[in-house]
Each structure stands twice: as C-alpha cells, then as structure tokens.
Design a protein around this ligand. Structure first.
Ligand code: GCV
Length: 698
C-alpha cells in the first residue's frame, strides 16, 4: 500500500530499474528520512566517490521526494560518507574500521559536533559505495535508523558473474535476449546500460565479471577485442568490478600461429606471458582467466598428456607478476570414460590437491552433475583443503524452466552452502570451504535484464549470498520483494511465500526424489525422461534414472558406482544407507524398488506420481497468490508475471503428464487412486519437437 498510497495508481514499470527503483516512500517515512539524512558531506575526488554520491543523490531524491543538500561545510552534516583519507570526519574512526578489510564498511548513527549524524565509513572508497547501497536498502525497506550500527565485510573474496556470451551476441543458456556486450560498437560506444549493470552488481557486492563464454573463442584475446574489454573495464572500475576473460587453451595455436598449446612447451609459455603483458597494458586491474579445459570437447592440457595442474599453472605463471588469478573449472567428464559421470571431476582433481600455484582457484559446480533442480553438494568441496575453491552456480535457469518459470534459487544456493561436508555437524560446511562464488549470469539485453521480473531475484540473491553465505534466502527474498515491488507487508509476505515454495515446486514437477537430468535433449526445454541413444550415454535421461520394471534410481552406493565413496565417511554413510539418505536425494544415490515404503507410508511409485501432481498444485497456489496482488503491483509487471505463471502452470502439467506417462510405461503400475491419467499417450509427448527453443549451446 505504501506505493499505491502515495501514487494513486502504481505507474507501469518494465523492470529496468531492478531493485534500485527508488520510488517515493510513504510520506511520514520519507519526511523522517529526509530530516535525518538530507545534509550530505561526501568527497567527490575519485570516480568511486562520485559514484557513491550520485547513487545517494539518486536514491534519496527518489525515496524522499527531495534532493539531498550536498554540503561542503562539515558542521552542517547529517550524513557523512568517506574513508580516513578522504574525510577528516571519518579519520577518527580509523582504528574502528581497520578490521573491515578493503571492501567492508560501517554504518552508524552517532553524535558529531552536537548533531545527530549517520556515517558511512570505510577503509576504501569501494567500501563507502557498498555502504551507500546498504543504507539505501534500509531506506527502501523502511528500516528504522534509530539504532543504526552495521559492520559488514564480505566473507568471500571473489564474487563473480560468468557470462556465457559469444562474440556474435548469442548467449549460451541465455533466456534474456542477446548479450549485453555490444562488441560491434565497442570501444567507441559506451552504452549507458553498462553503467547500470555495474551499479546493480555493486549494490549486492559482486566484484568481478567474466565477459565471454567458457566455450571460448580465442578471438576474445585478440587485440581488437582486448581494446573493447578494456573499455568495459574502465566503465566498471569505479564500481569495484574487475573484468576477467575466458581463455581458450589452444589460443597459442589459433592466435599465435604455434603448432602446439602444450603447457610445458617454452614457446607456449612465452606466448601466454606476452599475452598477459598485452592485457595488463590495457587493463591494469585485469582479474584473470576462467578456463574450461578438456570438457565437452574443449581443448586442454590433457591433449598433450599433461594434467589440469600443468595447464592451470601455465596460465597462473603468466598472470602472477600482474596479480591475476586463474579460475580453472572442475566441470570435466568424458563419455569414453566408463565411470559414473558424477564421479569424474573428483577422480581427476582430488589427487591434485596442493599441486596448483597459489593464484589458481578451482571452480567447482554446486553439484556433481550439472545445475540440476536438486543435487547433493559436489564431493570436491570436502576434498581439497589445500586448494582455494569457488562454487559455481547457475543464475540462468537452463534446467529450471528458463526465464518463464518462477523459481527463486536462493533456497537452492543456501542448501548447498550450508551442506555439511564431513557429516559430523562440526561446522565444516561448503561455505567454509570457499574463497569465492561464480554465478552464470541470467542477464541480457531484455528490458527487464533477466527475461522475467522474478529472475532478477536470482541475480540479487546470488550477490547477497556471495557477499555472505550465511545470509538467509528468505530474508534476501524479503528485501528484494520490498525493493522490487513495495515495502508493504501485504505485498512482501505473499511474494516471499511464493518465492520460498517455488524451487521445491519445480523439483516436484520436474525431477522429484533425487531424479535428475530428465530434460529434453540439447536445449533442455521440457521433459524428456525417454531420451536414449545418440552420441553419448551421459547425455541421455535413461542413463540417469535407470528405471526398469523393478525400480528406479542410480545406484551410487558401494554396490553401484560408489560415488558415495567420494564423500567424507560421515556423509558417505548417510547417503549410502537407504534408511538414512534424505528422501529428496533418494534416487540420486539408490536404485529402489517401486514398492519401497516412503516416510509418508506410500509406495515409491505412488509417492513419485504424487510429487509430480503436487508440483502442479504448488504452481496453481502461486497463481492464486499472484492473483490476490492485483492492484498492488503496477499493471505492466503484474500482467507479465501473471502470463508467465500461466505458462509455468501449463508446462508443469506437461512435465507431470509426460513423466507419469513415461514412468508408467516402465513400471507397468496403475496410477494411485485419485490421480488423473495423462491426457495423451506417451508417444504424443515423445513426438514434441522444439527446434527453436532459446539458449542452446553452439
Ligand atoms: C557452457 C552444461 C551446459 C553447457 C555449458 C556447460 C558448462 O553442459 O548445457 O551449455 O557450456 O554446462 O558448464 O561448461
């Protein structure tokens, strides 16, 4: 009601402003904030200082309805921004902020020269900018400033977006339009959108961006593209964002004309050293390289009989003099290796613990297969104590309904971050093992950035959890909903309810009880549990669900592929025991008879069908909640979300019907009482084709 109360009818919005809308607050609150904060003393000597001032001016003007007064006279201050170097008012706080690190900040209400003052203090300018965003979040969510006293610093050093953007503008697994990067018109044309992208990232503490796809073109490292990347780096720098590039391992051949990319070859080593020098001449704070090697057909050190450590260390040596890092991906598997795909990354990397140079970080996907609606945590998180690790998650929803399905990923990220890698409740969580997080970006040239309004929340949640993995997905959702829609409990509570239930809904209607990788082949749009044959078994569904007349599920116990053996004994014992494995992961780890008794008392078959139907009902419930918000959300966004929920409802039903039809054809069992038969025969679902589904790899 806050928004509606002061604006008559909420104005139409296209979502471009993200969670930084800064629309007028309810008048009494706006007046209170204005009275407390309107006299701003803030330095303006550096680009980052100016960015902080500008954000504050924009935010306060929008939220309170009146622009702040930028004061030169310290005695007039009611809001003071700065570092000990940039502000004499902040200098006395030097000792207090010393422990906050280079990116941390202090927000505090205090007395200064007899006046009530709010401070945004940090050791570095970037901390002040982060503090300004935090303060604006408090105002946008209607927080009280009475006892303001916040000390924040990021728990993870690297908080990075990975863009899977090709140089021709196609985004692999992108559902939000074409790439943000207009390579054709860079470096001359600096689309203002680049700055808004940087603002959005800085507002949640994201401090790096990998501009190009991990399935990389060597051209990204050619001088013309480096000049373009340098311009983006210049635009992002004031916002604390470093630019990184995905490096194609064979670039010395493709760009350098060498006849090898062997990491032990001196000419190859020289080529990378020179390339690093070239890059740093253009981008002095270049972050480093991200590398996908010897995976899904990409070149890598194993092409020359060398190890992943040899490959990573080659690049790390070239970058080290300049302060750059190598983010080396552990997403590797090969179809000619007979071992369970889920075990292959561990098999290749665990033995290399300690073999990497200090500026190598191993980037490990959250789970051992590939960004499924639910996976157990990746066993490497408990296995490489001497190697810095980053966790890679998908923000884009390749396997979770693209941009149309409302699926809030905060609970998925939270579940993995909190997973206990030792299984002894001793606090050895996945989060504890991390130095960074990488999120595969879901942004593109779409007006709303993310292809849907609710997918913005996944970008937002990624940033907040990368800043502090102990943040709670629910609280993040509440902040986001208040800022994105309205700071009104009658709006926020139902929206948070929808968001928090949404991931489990998708798990239910797609891959309940630990099933995984049952999406249609290639583009992954819609159900394909029947997918079989083709070039490689590990790209089929039957490889993963292993359903037969007797039962369903992948036996990864010590009687099967023994993937459980890659976890610490306490975890392995739990996952490997049919009586103790959490039901949400049952079919990930066990092949189970259809008449297995579930906790509910139902047979596995009845439970499976019930879960599929429950997923559909959960989407119906989300629709009902959204319907109840009509008139409380602006018409434009309301209508799009309502339409997308209709798509989701239809597709959830499709998933349910197609999956039930398929699994029934395998189990031969009757549907549980009260369960509707799929309206079409299995062959009808199998025959559906979507050759133009978006986001495919190429
Ligand atoms: C960038 C999955 C996706 C591919 C992606 C790959 C990866 O297999 O389907 O599009 O390639 O993961 O993470 O490298």
């Amino acid at each position: 009601m806050v928004l509606l109360g002061c604006m008559g009818e909420a104005r139409a919005e296209d979502g471009y402003a993200l969670w930084m809308r800064y629309v007028p607050l309810e008048p009494a609150l706006a007046a209170d904030y204005h009275a407390r904060l309107a006299d701003v003393v803030a330095p303006d000597q550096t680009p980052t200082q100016r960015a902080a001032r500008e954000e504050l001016r924009r935010g306060l003007t929008g939220l309170t309805g009146s622009p702040p007064r930028m004061q030169a006279d310290a005695s007039q201050a009611s809001l003071v921004l700065g570092t000990p170097q940039s502000s004499t008012l902040i200098a006395p706080f030097r000792a207090e902020i010393a422990s906050l690190g280079d990116e941390g900040y202090l927000l505090r209400r205090t007395r200064m020269g007899g006046r009530d003052v709010v401070l945004v203090a940090a050791r570095r300018d970037i901390g002040v900018l982060y503090g300004v965003f935090h303060l604006l979040r408090l105002l946008q969510t209607g927080a009280s400033l009475d006892s303001l006293d916040v000390r924040e610093s990021p728990r993870l050093r690297l908080r990075v977006l990975n863009h899977w953007d090709n140089l021709d503008g196609h985004v692999e697994r992108g559902y939000a339009g074409r790439s943000l990067w207009e390579w054709q018109t860079l470096p001359e044309w600096r689309n203002p959108r680049y700055t808004d992208y940087a603002r959005a990232n800085a507002s949640v503490g994201i401090n790096g961006t990998v501009l190009n796809n991990v399935n990389a073109s060597a051209q990204s490292l050619a001088p013309a593209y480096l000049d373009k990347a340098a311009t983006l780096a210049d635009i992002f720098r004031p916002y604390g964002i470093r630019v990184y590039l995905s490096a194609r391992f064979s670039a010395p051949i493709e760009l350098g004309g060498l006849d090898t990319a062997d990491p032990l070859d001196p000419a190859v080593q020289r080529w990378w050293r020179d390339k690093a020098r070239d890059i740093y001449a253009r981008i002095p704070d270049f972050g480093g390289f991200l590398v996908k090697a010897n995976s899904e057909g990409q070149p890598g050190p194993q092409d020359y009989g060398r190890s992943h450590a040899d490959g990573a260390n080659l690049l790390a040596t070239a970058l080290a003099p300049h302060g750059g890092v190598v983010m080396w991906r552990a997403f590797v598997y090969a179809h000619d290796v007979p071992a369970d795909r889920a075990t292959q990354a561990y098999a290749e990397f665990a033995g290399l613990d300690g073999a990497f140079l200090p500026n190598v970080i191993l980037q490990v996907k959250n789970g051992p297969i590939d960004f499924q609606p639910r996976e157990p945590f990746h066993p490497l998180f408990g296995a490489m104590p001497r190697t810095p690790l980053m966790m890679e998650v998908q923000i884009t929803k390749e396997y979770l309904g693209f941009a149309t399905h409302l699926v809030y990923l905060g609970p998925l990220y939270e579940e993995v971050l909190r997973a206990d890698t030792r299984g002894d409740r001793g606090g050895a969580t996945v989060a504890q093992a991390l130095s960074g997080m990488a999120g595969v970006a879901n942004v593109g040239a779409d007006a709303s950035w993310s292809g849907s309004h609710f997918d913005q929340a996944n970008w937002y949640a990624f940033g907040r959890l990368a800043w502090d993995p102990q943040n709670a997905a629910r609280a993040i959702a509440a902040d986001w909903a208040a800022m994105t829609f309205a700071p009104d409990p009658e709006v926020v509570q139902p929206i948070v309810g929808m968001m928090m239930a949404s991931r489990e809904a998708a798990v239910n209607y797609m891959t309940p009880l630990g099933l995984h990788h049952l999406m249609a082949r290639g583009h992954h749009y819609g159900p394909g549990p029947w997918v079989d044959g083709g070039p490689r078994a590990d790209w089929t569904s039957v490889y993963y669900h292993r359903a037969d007349r007797a039962g369903i599920g992948f036996d990864r116990t010590d009687r099967g592929s023994n993937a459980v053996g890659q976890y610490a004994p306490g975890v392995a014992a739990m996952y490997g025991d049919l009586a103790r494995v959490p039901e949400p992961l049952l079919l990930w780890f066990h092949h189970v008879p259809w008449d297995h008794r579930m906790a509910s008392g139902r047979t596995l078959w009845n439970e499976l069908v019930g879960r599929y139907s429950q997923g559909v009902s959960q989407v119906q419930a989300m629709q009902a909640t959204w319907d109840s918000l009509q008139g409380r959300v602006d018409r434009q966004r309301y209508a799009q979300v309502a339409a997308f929920l209709r798509i989701q409802r239809r597709e959830a039903q499709w998933w349910r019907d197609a999956s039930v039809a398929y699994f029934q054809s395998v189990s031969g069992l009757p549907l549980p009482a009260g369960e509707a038969a799929p309206p079409h025969p299995l062959a009808w679902y199998e025959a559906l084709q979507f050759p133009s589904a978006p986001g495919d790899g190429r």
